[in-house]
Design a protein around this ligand. Structure first.
Ligand SMILES: Nc1nc2c(ncn2[C@@H]2O[C@H](COP(=O)(O)OP(=O)(O)OP(=O)(O)O)[C@@H](O)[C@H]2O)c(=O)[nH]1
Ligand SMILES: [Mg+2]
Length: 433
């Protein structure tokens, strides 16, 4: 029995693991009074990855658990022991999930096929131990790097249903009733319009193939302008392969019945995304309420003229249900899902694009530039520049935000003054670490 509540939009928080700190340590051995530096590097933090999985159909799990964090990297230790990398954390979502950065609404990935994945937060790099900083001039460095923070952000999942077949039509036509008749779904059915407010999913198992069907809320004129929440449902059927147009025969008259189809098709045309051109099947439903066999014949001929097969059904009595199933299977098989519909957007995954935006460079005077960015300003205010490691940390921070590049773009040259908050520096591009 398949009956699913359709959850299609959730927002979660992801946090990658912090990098492990580098270690400050010196060799201690018997008879070696002053050993060299041997502090190992910290491990990298784990990343958070989102992956599409075949067996999931909704985002319901993420209504309850909303925070996800990957493991930290382990800190380095003495005797050149490297810290272990933190484990990546994989979050599984249904095929058809589009991942967005919740802050900017930029799409990060469109996960269509099982196994499609994208990194949504990269783990922080582990810090180097003091052994790394030893050189002929600096034999006993007493500093090490701290591990970098892991990326962190809010992301949104939007499930654009990848049902194979959508049952579409005006309100009250019998879409949910037909879904129930052909698929074992158990949606709410009632004799008033807009009974269905979120799509219901059903599975039709034929041999070893599973066809996923969805009914959608009734469409009305102006749906493409969001009348009756139309945009909300139309976006769900963007990716179906076949649309079953459910028409209500109880209206009795050829013109009004054909008009039901025109209304839906017009909305599809306005909406775009190829909906109007998608293969269709016509279900002439509620035949038990129609006594005029002539209208049915006329309708069949009309649709045949459009290259569409019309099947006469009664969801209530069961007429035509087997025929409808056969036709659906036939058309679905003739229209395999196009390969390569999967897209991974060029996700801006730099730290600066994630939480705090790009630093702004302001030219204050000839040869004087200011870097404006809350996080950099705060960090600089905290640094103690009498400490040996402060310039290194500054440089790393600036690199992380690509400040050197931005300064050069703004016209700064070596020797110019760079102000950050209350502190001034001399611009020395490409200074080696
Ligand atoms: N007589 C008869 N009534 C039907 C048939 N199919 C559906 N109905 C009735 O029509 C009404 C609407 O059926 P639904 O399946 O809820 O229609 P829907 O298209 O899903 O409606 P919305 O979700 O509101 O858009 C209900 O009262 C059903 O019992 C049929 O073949 N014959
Ligand atoms: Mg319904």
């Amino acid at each position: 029995m398949f009956s699913l509540k359709f959850v299609d939009l959730v927002r979660i928080h992801v946090k990658a693991g912090h990098g492990g700190d580098g270690c400050v340590s010196f060799r201690r051995e018997k008879f070696v009074p002053k050993g060299g530096p041997d502090g190992g590097n910290g491990g990298d933090g784990g990343s958070v990855i989102v992956e599409a999985a075949q067996n999931l159909l909704t985002l319901a799990d993420y209504q309850y658990t909303r925070r996800f964090a990957a493991e930290r990297g382990v800190s380095g230790s003495g005797a050149l022991c490297y810290g272990a990398n933190g484990k990546d954390l994989t979050i599984y979502v249904p095929c058809g999930t589009v991942v967005y950065d919740a802050g900017t609404d930029a799409p990060l990935a469109d996960l269509v096929e099982p196994g499609d994945r994208c990194v949504v937060a990269r783990g922080g790099r582990g810090g180097k131990g003091n052994a790394h900083f030893a050189s002929s001039q600096r034999r006993a460095p007493r500093f090490s790097e701290k591990g970098e923070a892991g990326e962190e952000r809010d992301i949104t999942f939007e499930l654009k249903m990848i049902a194979d077949v959508a049952l579409v039509g005006l309100p009250n036509a019998g879409k949910s009733s037909l879904l129930k008749a052909i698929s074992n779904a158990n949606p709410k059915i009632a004799g008033y319009p807009f009974t269905t407010l979120t799509p219901n999913l059903g599975v039709l198992a034929v041999d070893d193939q599973k066809i996923i069907l969805a009914d959608v809320p009734g469409l009305i004129e102006g749906a493409h302008e969001n009348k009756g929440l139309g945009l909300y449902f139309l976006r769900h059927i963007e990716r179906t392969r076949v649309n079953v147009h459910v028409l209500d025969l109880s209206e009795g008259n050829f013109d009004t019945i054909v008009n039901q189809w025109h209304v839906v098709l017009d909305e599809f045309r306005h909406y775009g995304a190829g909906l109007a051109e998608r293969p269709g099947i016509i279900a002439l439903n509620k035949v038990d309420l129609l006594s005029d066999a002539g209208v049915v014949r006329q309708l069949r001929e009309f649709f045949a003229g459009k290259g569409l097969r019309a099947i006469v059904t009664s969801a209530l009595r069961g007429d035509g249900i087997e025929d409808l199933i056969d036709e659906i299977v036939k058309v679905v098989r003739a229209n395999p899902r196009p390969k390569g519909s999967y897209r991974l957007y060029d996700a801006p995954l730099d730290v600066d694009s994630i939480s705090s935006g790009k630093p702004r460079i302001v030219k204050e005077d000839e040869g004087v530039y200011r870097v404006v960015h809350p996080r950099i300003e705060k960090a600089v205010a905290r640094y103690d520049f009498s400490q040996e490691e402060a310039p290194l940390r500054l440089l790393r921070l600036l690199r992380q935000f690509k400040v050197e590049d931005l300064l050069e773009e703004a016209g700064a040259a070596a020797g110019d003054t760079v102000n950050i908050g209350e502190t001034s520096f001399t611009f020395e591009p490409e200074r080696a670490l």
